[in-house]
Structure formats: structure tokens, C-alpha cells
Write a protein that binds this ligand. Structure first.
Ligand SMILES: [Ca+2]
Length: 283
């Protein structure tokens, strides 16, 4: 009798292990996110499994003041200033920040029921995501006058764009490429760190043909191939913000802005008192 129970238990354990393995290995989407696992994605994953991924360190070129109450969710560079989207219900905003002084020179508050997220400027319009409302806002980049809204499935985390698409992260390991007029998903890439899905992709920036992505609660920025989702490199920013400037455990690295004209890269974090211009160097 005892033996029979033991056999049954072992059989149950095996079936449970099998189930959890299948669950972990299967591509997953959050909510209603579309999944398109194409040949390029799989090829990217296989290549990534066998090649060393370069790691970059940094030199600090300049340090600027940043509003330590700004819960940074989106950051871009435009005409010598930074545009920033800040989150949290009741203190979400879109703002223009003078780079040299950190002074907020233009600001529009987002209604308190929304938690603002990623933001980008594309074809003369500012697009700003919200976290869980499946609603985005469109603004005039000069006046910050609201011009409209758009909808998307799932959560909104980070936002950037390439030549013809908005690129959205939603906290999973997938990035969606949206038509900027219809907001339809044109394609999706899956991001793998070797064979493991790289989850919780957050703020984004399109830099010289790559997607730079913050990863929530990680001191590293992932450099992602926009075609395959393959990780092309890591930017290790551990130690960038002095420990004494870290106000709480949610004050994490988040915010990447690229000045294409000057080829300058700016990074900050949620509630960080500083913005850094950095130069990458291969480790
Ligand atoms: Ca950005």
C-alpha cells in the first residue's frame, strides 16, 4: 500500500515538473498582446545563445540637475532641451526641462486617474502612454496642447520610434511596433538574454539603428536588435548614481534620451536628483 502511494506521488511530481517546464518555455504574452514568433526571432535567439554579448561601461561627460520628485517614465531630447513624462497617479505630467539647469520650463499635468508612462516625439506629435488604462495621449510638441488620444492593448511601459513605427514595451519581453496612425500592431519582437526571455523591458530609446531598453530594477541597459530581438550588448551603469543619492528602492535607473545631432546620450532614473551625459566604453 505504502509503495503504491509512493509511486503515485512520484508520478504526480513528474507530471507537475513537466507542466511547469512547458509553461516556462512556452512564449507568453500578457493580456491580449499579439504574438508573432517569426523565423527572424528564432534565428536571433539561436545566435544569441552561442555568442558572447559585449558589455559597455561608461564615462560621465556631464552631470545636470534633475527634479528628484520626477518619477521618470519617458525621456527624449528635442532642440537642446529634454522632454520628460513622469508617472504615479496624481503627479503624472509631460514636461520640458532645461538641460543645463534642470528647470521645468513647460508642463502639463495628466489627470489624476492616469499613471503616465513612456513618451516619444514622432512626425510632429508627442505620444504618451499610460500604465493600465490602455489609453495614450497625443500633444502638440510646441504648446503641449492635447490633440487626441489613442488605444492599445495590454499595459504601457516604454515608448520610442524608428523611421515608421511607434515601438512600445509593456513589461513583458516583447516589443510591439505600432502603426503611428492606426495603432495597429505591425509586428512584434521577442527579446532574449541568451535563452531566457528578458522581461520587464521599460523605458526605450532608438539609437543609431538599435533599441536601447531599461530593464525594471536593473542597473543595465539592453541594446536590442530591432529586427530579431537579439541582445547586441549591455550597458552596465552600476554605480552611476552615488548610493547617497538613491532615495528609495523604487528610485531605479529609467530614462534614456539621445541627441542625434550632437551624438550625445543622457540617462537618469526615477526620483534621481541628477541626469548624466555619458559616453560608452567597451569593457
Ligand atoms: Ca527615451
Amino acid at each position: 500500500m505504502r509503495q503504491a502511494v509512493r509511486i503515485a506521488l512520484v508520478a504526480f511530481a513528474f507530471s507537475t515538473a513537466g507542466l511547469s517546464c512547458r509553461t516556462e518555455n512556452a512564449p507568453q504574452a500578457t493580456g491580449t498582446n499579439p504574438v508573432s514568433t517569426n523565423v527572424a526571432n528564432r534565428a536571433g535567439k539561436d545566435e544569441a545563445s552561442n555568442q558572447p554579448v559585449p558589455v559597455y561601461g561608461f564615462d560621465v561627460v556631464n552631470t545636470f540637475v534633475h527634479d528628484s520628485k520626477a518619477f521618470t517614465q519617458g525621456l527624449i531630447f528635442q532642440d537642446g532641451a529634454l522632454l520628460e513624462s513622469t508617472g504615479q497617479n496624481g503627479s503624472s505630467s509631460l514636461r520640458r526641462v532645461e538641460l543645463k539647469t534642470g528647470k521645468v520650463i513647460q508642463k502639463v499635468d495628466v489627470p489624476g486617474q492616469y499613471f503616465a508612462e513612456g513618451m516619444t516625439l514622432f512626425n510632429g506629435r508627442i505620444y504618451q502612454l499610460t500604465w493600465r488604462n490602455q489609453k495614450g495621449f497625443i500633444y502638440d510638441p510646441a504648446t503641449f496642447a492635447k490633440q487626441g488620444e489613442f488605444r492599445y492593448d495590454g499595459e504601457g511601459w516604454g515608448l520610442t520610434h524608428d523611421a515608421d513605427s511607434l515601438i512600445l514595451s509593456d513589461g513583458t519581453y516583447q516589443l510591439r511596433f505600432l502603426d503611428p496612425n492606426t495603432y495597429e500592431v505591425k509586428r512584434t519582437i521577442s527579446v532574449y538574454d541568451r535563452s531566457q526571455p528578458l522581461r520587464e523591458l521599460n523605458e526605450l530609446e532608438y539609437v543609431k539603428g538599435e533599441i536601447y531598453a531599461n530593464v525594471w530594477h536593473d542597473d543595465r541597459i539592453a541594446r536590442i536588435d530591432p529586427q530579431t530581438g537579439r541582445i547586441l550588448g549591455w550597458i552596465d551603469l552600476a554605480g552611476l548614481l552615488p548610493a547617497g543619492d538613491v532615495s528609495n528602492e523604487e528610485a531605479v535607473l529609467n530614462g534614456i534620451a539621445y541627441d542625434e545631432t550632437g551624438d550625445r546620450l543622457y540617462v537618469t532614473g526615477k526620483l534621481w536628483p541628477k541626469i548624466f551625459e555619458i559616453r560608452l566604453k567597451r569593457k
